[in-house]
Design a binder for this molecule. Structure first.
Ligand code: ATR
Length: 284
């Protein structure tokens, strides 16, 4: 329970729909407690057609920071005063910071993934990366890989046209070599350093589903990352682990995207020790 709310308490929050299962309030209120900052962070359910009014209202109320989740991450861009370059490339915003002129938008999902990869010594720079999927999450991953100077990005997707479109978008911003391949295509493909799974395949409750059933695929790379965090070990990661491949799920990415938002809002840097504290609170 938040204590000591007074006239100086800052209010922040997350807007989305549904919003009941968000863990963002735990992340931010735990950090606030840890750092002894006078703020509260609350969930706001905002319907699709209520976005503009919600942003106007938040501005009028002086809400200094907002996270934005499904279904508003793309539409919210139209309401912004300014947007961070990476968020613009990704075409999606999950963090708003209030300035005198209005909200500035950021995308901390990519930074969250980057910090999680770094923590586990998974390098993007100079690496060959295969991305499974070509949706919104894949776009964030692809732009991050390009920004971090991956050697080559290969996008594997069911709808090849979407993979090609994403490859085109990456090339518009970066010189990185980008290729596309069909879904589950393994014959004659190159080897990679890291495979990053961005589709919802294998997410709870469909935990047996695996976007890559061909055993030979797992001989092609030595690190497997899945953005899914529920279950903690997807069928894809289980199979990779059986093959002796290093694995990483999306749980830390989720926490780090929150930590990055906190850093943006409050102009400070948060050490990895805070992460352990947040994890402790989530497991409570
Ligand atoms: P997100 O924003 O979470 O990335 P999205 O934009 O809807 O969600 O993208 C979902 C991705 O998962 C897409 O690449 C989609 O493939 P298509 O482009 O062919 O639609 C992929 N995906 C979802 N369900 C899938 C399935 N059952 N089999 C193969 N690919 C699937």
């Amino acid at each position: 329970m938040q204590q000591n709310i007074n006239g100086k308490t800052q209010v922040l929050g997350v807007i989305g729909n549904p919003i009941e299962h968000t863990i963002s309030p735990i992340i931010h209120n735990t950090l606030a407690k840890l750092l002894q900052m006078n703020l509260v962070y609350v969930p706001f359910k905002v319907e699709q057609n209520g976005l503009d009014k919600a942003i106007e209202g938040a501005k009028a109320l002086g809400i200094v920071g907002l996270n934005v989740t499904v279904p508003h991450k793309e539409k919210v861009i139209a309401t912004l005063y300014d947007i961070n370059p990476l968020a613009k490339q990704i075409g999606a915003v999950n963090t708003l910071k209030l300035t005198e002129k209005g909200y500035v938008g950021y995308n901390t999902d990519a930074d969250g993934l980057f910090r999680s990869l770094n923590k586990h010594a998974i390098r993007l720079r100079g690496s060959d990366i295969v991305i499974i999927g070509a949706g919104g999450a894949a776009r964030a991953v692809a732009m991050l890989c390009a920004r971090e100077k991956a050697n080559k990005i290969t996008i594997m997707n069911r709808t090849l046209a979407k993979a090609k479109e994403l490859a085109h978008q990456v090339r518009q911003h970066y010189q990185t070599q980008v290729e596309v391949i069909g879904f589950q295509e393994t014959e004659g493909i190159d080897t990679f350093d890291v495979a990053i799974q961005t589709t919802p395949i294998g997410m709870f409750p469909n935990i047996r589903d695996n976007p890559m059933t061909d055993d030979s695929f797992y001989d092609k790379f030595h690190t497997a990352v899945d953005l899914i965090y529920n279950p903690g070990k997807t069928a894809f990661l289980k199979k990779a682990e059986e093959k002796g491949i290093q694995i990483l799920n999306g749980f830390e990415m989720l926490l780090y995207q929150g930590i990055k938002a906190y850093e943006i809002w409050h102009n400070l840097e948060i050490s990895d020790n805070a992460l352990e504290e947040v994890i402790g609170q989530i497991k409570h």
